[in-house]
Design a protein around this ligand. Structure first.
Ligand SMILES: NC(=O)c1ccc[n+]([C@@H]2O[C@H](COP(=O)([O-])OP(=O)(O)OC[C@H]3O[C@@H](n4cnc5c(N)ncnc54)[C@H](OP(=O)(O)O)[C@@H]3O)[C@@H](O)[C@H]2O)c1
Length: 267
């Protein structure tokens, strides 16, 4: 089978992480991956790893799978630049761009170019992303191929596009929400007598353990909570106090507020 060429247009934080994941996950070799940005000095180090780097988006977009990883306001001019070389049946475009829908991208492309929209989170840098994907016009083979790339970078879920903003809040903003919990738990631990780094270590690993318990067995969180909450014990006392103070309610309201904001600032 012919080796697929992959282009990353806009090799910033996310673009570089995707490129490394593609190679580390054995999807492709670095010499088949080309990364672009205007200031290539900042990705010069990737050349030593065998990647191709360039400022020429049109040349790069001749690849089979083309990731669009620029900031939303940079997208229009990027699409204008690559438009003349895009050919039906040649490339699949994959956008990671927040708040830009499939229709908006397709309307700036020649007819029939398959586009996949994806929403990873920053844990993609360590291969632990939660990435949601959707498409209007890519074939299931093309979607499977792109999903396989993201699977090397964490977990994936194929969703309908109407849920993409919700996925942005729950998955991408969600990183910040969970990190704030870890910070608060760390502060609580310091009050109980731990040094900050000790408290953070306990909070981080406990958060990882809690998530792993659910991921491993696919159980409902309450089932694992029941195992920890002895009758009249300290855990249920603390947990109920957190709920009296509005823990679940605050989280749900925060998620809904982020969702309202994303709806007000993007199409
Ligand atoms: N961070 C997140 O949690 C997250 C999650 C999901 C999705 N996203 C989306 O992912 C996209 C990228 O995010 P990021 O954090 O990786 O941003 P970033 O670090 O700013 O990367 C964007 C890159 O695009 C390059 N660029 C700009 N114009 C270009 C052009 N005409 N041709 C080639 N390269 C160009 C910039 O480099 P030069 O200035 O050198 O050209 C920059 O390195 C954004 O649209 C964001 O909405 C982010």
């Amino acid at each position: 089978m012919k080796t697929k060429k992959i282009a990353i247009l806009g090799a910033g934080n996310l673009g570089e992480a995707i490129a490394k994941g593609i190679v580390n996950g054995g999807i492709s070799k670095p010499e088949h991956v080309i990364l672009t940005r205007r200031n290539t000095e900042k990705i010069k180090h990737l050349e030593a790893d065998g990647f191709q780097i360039s400022t020429d988006n049109s040349k790069a977009a001749l690849a089979d799978i083309v990731f669009l990883c620029v900031q939303p306001k940079q997208l229009e001019s990027l699409l204008e630049e690559i438009n003349p070389i895009l050919k039906k049946g040649k490339q699949v475009l994959v956008s990671v761009i927040t708040g830009v829908d499939l229709q908006t991208i397709s309307s700036q492309l020649p007819k029939g170019i398959p586009v996949i929209r994806s929403m990873p989170n920053t844990a993609i840098a360590i291969g632990e992303s939660m990435t949601c994907l959707c498409t209007n016009n890519a074939s299931s083979d093309q979607l499977n191929e792109v999903e396989a790339i993201y699977k090397t970078l964490g977990s994936t879920l194929i969703i309908e596009e109407r849920l993409m903003k919700a996925a942005t809040v729950l998955g991408a903003s969600g990183i910040a929400f969970f990190l704030r919990y870890i910070r608060a738990a760390t502060q609580g631990g310091i009050e109980l007598g731990f040094d900050a780094d000790e408290a953070q270590k306990i909070a981080m690993q406990t958060a990882r353990g809690a998530a792993s318990l659910l991921i491993k067995d696919g159980v409902h969180p309450e089932k694992e909570i029941d195992k920890v909450t002895t009758p009249q014990g300290c855990t249920i006392a603390g947990l109920n106090e957190m709920e009296h103070q509005g823990l679940s309610s605050a989280l749900i309201k925060g998620i809904k507020t982020s969702y309202e904001r994303i709806n007000s600032i993007t199409k």
